[in-house]
Design a protein around this ligand. Sequence first.
Ligand code: AMP
Ligand code: MG
Length: 414
Amino acid sequence: MSDCDCGGHGAALKPLEEALELMLGQARALRDVERVATLDALDRVLAESQASPIDVPGWDNSAMDGYALNSADLKVLDNRLTVTQRIPAGSAGQPLAFGEAARIFTGAPLPSGADAVVMQEVCERDGDALIVTQPPAPGANIRRAGEDIEKGGELLSAGERLAPQHLGLAASVGIAELPVIRRPKVAIFSSGDELVMPGGKLAPGQIFNSNHFTLSGLLCRLGCRIIDLGQVEDTLDATRDALARAAGQADLVLASGGVSVGEEDHVKPAVESLGTLDLWKIAIRPGKPVAFGHIGDTPFIGAPGNPVSLFVTFCLFMRPFILKMQGVAGDVVPPTLMAQAGFDWPKPDKRREFVRARLETSVDGATRVLVYPSRSSAVLSSVAWANGLAVIGEGQVIKTGDNVDFLPFSELLR
Ligand code: AMP
Ligand code: MG
């Protein structure tokens, strides 16, 4: 039997949160740390908190192109000063004496004796003479030493998944290498006698293997090393063999297909004979059956073969599990947004449904969630069309204009 979209009998369905908690409770964080160049640390998870070795800025400096001066001098000298030096960014000036001003540029160190910078737009120049038409308050247009980052203060905390701005921040204090958790090794295989890899020829009844490509792409985004075990025949022996080989060399085994309880579904007995397995019927649509178990110490997650089910199972279970293994601190389940529904959902369902959806802004400026016409878990075009998943709660009915929860792919697939 496949991942059916029929309602099931309700009784045995496990709530999503319960299944997720059970699963994530068993995700053990990888301990191995490697040092990589800061530039190579993108999307990796920081293994040790980083303190700043310096103040940033390192000294008081100008926030403007203008003139550095002592604001008290202006009062005494009727707003007229003499420009005696020029301080571009990258050089250090001389102390200012009474009545002196320095031509200064953004980012250049403030000379001693100055307590303000006046922007050039409110000054007049006559040779070396400077006439300030709007005198600045003491402290104006100065970026203070340590204003951004204080020396010794925590810059980045362990468990942060490093985004471009984090790399920039590390670089801004001169950190050239970062300690990160090693990449998880994830073994994958696809079950199904009907599967042919693109490039091959389809015999009658066969289909191309798309899950391999979706899953590989999703894993690459998470920085995993993929161990590809290819396609596995629908027999118990082949499934057992693939699982044993996978578990022997990976931190995590993921598979698609064969997780139901039909005659052609061998994942359940295969995992059970090698280790332990929980096969959950989860109160979600699509992706109702999810297999979770262990072969020795190696965790295994099996998704249904339907391409949309695999995708949703990845987003809801596999991704948070991998983030946990990588030691990501804080929430590994992305937050939902709330947006206005541009559709009706008249029939309530016992299961929470993850509907392929698009958040779109129309010409009138209104942002609405639209849903794909087909709800079938076999229609992969729906995922390609979507930019997120609308989440329809258990028993929820929606009318156009109501609020609906939305999980953007920008959060789910990063
Ligand atoms: P299963 O979970 O094995 O019962 O498969 C459910 C449905 O998904 C069937 O229509 C399969 O042909 C299809 N399917 C299984 N594996 C894949 C795959 N790797 N790529 C595309 N479709 C698949
Ligand atoms: Mg199958």
